[in-house]
Design a protein. Sequence first.
Length: 182
Amino acid sequence: MFIDDTNMVTESGSSPNIENYKIAIIGNQHVGKTTILSRYKYGTTDDIYAPTVGIDFLTKNIFLVDKTIRLIMWDTAGQERFKSLIPSYLKNSNCVILAYDITDKSSFNSLGKWLSDVKDNVPEGTFIIICGNKIDLNKKRVVSKEEAEKFAKENNIQFAETSATTGQGIEESNLNYFLIYQ
């Protein structure tokens, strides 16, 4: 069994002690929520875009030295017609990822509303991350890293930037920070 410097083991490990953690990812349509989760779980993405209808979920086991963490990752639809379902999917989440597209200012501007929905529907102390996606499109960036960091700091939440397409920042995201401290 191989353990890295964060005490995390590859998915091929085993442990009889299993803890389940619910993670929900929310945000506007087309910000890459499904692709982020797919990249995190499988290490790859689909080239064919298919919008999430309602809700979907993935599971991933993370094997630590003394326990196994099973992530149950809820992928929510970003379309307006599904927003009324979001509160029920947020309920009892251990972690919520608020995703936005760094090339779409309106997706960033919506974070305040999404964060309000989160705070209204999750227990106090839930780990919250804002995740700027599509950093591989940096030339088209309209949301600066500094602006997003400021939003995260003002709201006392974590911040990460990723490219679900290339995988950049996925493993380094603050989701691993959440896992280590569980």
